[in-house]
Design a protein around this ligand. Structure first.
Ligand code: FAD
Ligand code: A2P
Length: 308
């Protein structure tokens, strides 16, 4: 690696669950392209008058304390949400912080369960007050010397949130390196912020937006197209960037997505993004088993992941 990666100093937990602050909703709208059954909303909070103002970096998360109590009668625990605005704030306004929230719904043994906090947030109206904590996260950040690198960002679902902020932050500050965003979702209607990313792709020659629609697109062998498929299928676009000494990889979204990315990077010979323990060094990456990978393949300093 030619350039040193210097991560910025960040402030952590200015507000804790015991001592949260209060922020006000200023917008709450659906950010998938059509009426998708995956309800994902863009929420913006006014944080003016709180110590969050100007002190939350892109890549960090804020905590939300939903009202009410759990089945044991204790207050609901906080849930984390990635900030989807750039460090300078939504629309460049340091008093505004955004996030991207998916309503979670699960059917289990014939009963429907709706997630406590995501549905609370999704139902909020402009003017409503919310208890917030944070910021949290000290590694999933853009380097301080951000313009010294190229970036390949992999997101599934709401993993797109930090990358919206990062793409804005990089491109709107004169970044001249290569920037690729690979986004995966089940159906075309589930694309999040698609119009925005397409516009950015038209505006900036150094930005590419690749989508992997798992239940609609098929690969040549008939299998599903996942974000990691792009490492093989979009080699013309991606390999020249992975080969550069100053490229960094960021991964955000579904827990487990990192394994497929690591395996495909190793198959293509991009080992510098990984730390591969001796146990796997003698096995061809094509034959790596999920269980072995969990313990024996880790991200290198050039790879950043936030999966949940
Ligand atoms: P919960 O009430 O916690 O329930 C979780 C799931 O279990 C739901 O799907 C619910 O339907 C199901 N469930 C509940 N009870 C039962 C039951 N009895 N049986 C079976 N199933 C049940 N999320 C985002 O949307 N956007 C983000 O930007 C984001 N960023 C994150 C960043 C980090 C670092 C982390 C750790 C998480 C992030 N998350 C994000 C996830 C978020 O924190 C929450 O976990 C998510 O919104 C679900 O919380 P909830 O309160 O809605 O669901
Ligand atoms: P699928 O569900 O078709 O298997 P969302 O959060 O909106 O549900 O989207 C998550 C996306 O990530 C879906 O397209 C899902 O595909 C895909 N996905 C599921 N498992 C993995 C995995 N292990 N690696 C990468 N992508 C995955």
């Amino acid at each position: 690696m030619s350039e040193e990666i210097v991560l910025p100093e960040v402030e952590l937990n200015i507000y804790s669950p015991k001592d949260p602050t209060e922020v006000t909703v200023v917008e709450n709208y659906i950010c998938t392209i059509e009426n998708s059954p995956n309800f994902v909303r863009h929420l913006t909070f006014d944080v003016s008058g709180t110590d969050l103002e100007g002190r939350v970096r892109v890549g960090q998360s804020i905590g939300i304390l939903p009202p009410g109590v759990n089945e044991k009668g204790r207050p609901h625990k906080l849930r984390l949400y990635s900030v989807s605005s750039p460090t300078k704030g939504e629309n460049g306004n340091s008093t505004l912080i955004s996030t991207t929230v998916k309503r979670t719904i699960e059917e289990f043994e014939g009963k429907l369960y709706t997630g406590i906090c995501s549905n609370y947030l999704a139902d909020l109206q402009v003017g409503d007050k919310v208890k917030a904590t944070g910021p949290s996260g000290r590694r999933f950040l853009l380097p301080q010397n951000a313009n010294d690198f190229n970036y390949v960002l992999f997101a599934t679902g709401t993993g797109i949130a930090p990358f919206r902020g990062m793409v804005i932050e990089l491109l709107e500050s004169g970044f001249k390196g290569d920037l690729v965003l690979v986004f995966g979702c089940p159906y075309r209607t589930d694309l999040i912020y698609a119009d925005f990313f397409r516009k950015m792709e038209q505006k900036y020659d150094n930005f590419q937006y690749i989508t992997c629609i798992s239940r609609e697109d098929r690969r040549a062998d008939g299998s599903k197209k996942y974000v990691q498929s792009s490492i093989e299928d979009c080699q013309d676009q991606l390999s020249p960037i992975f080969e550069k000494e100053n490229t960094l990889i960021y991964i955000c979204g579904l827990k487990g997505m990192e394994a497929g990315i690591y395996q495909n990077l190793a198959i293509q010979g991009f080992d510098e993004y990984l730390v591969i323990k001796p146990k796997l060094e003698t096995i061809a990456p094509e034959d790596w088993k999920w269980e072995d990978m969990k313990r024996n393949v880790k991200p290198s300093t050039r790879t950043f992941e936030e999966v949940y």
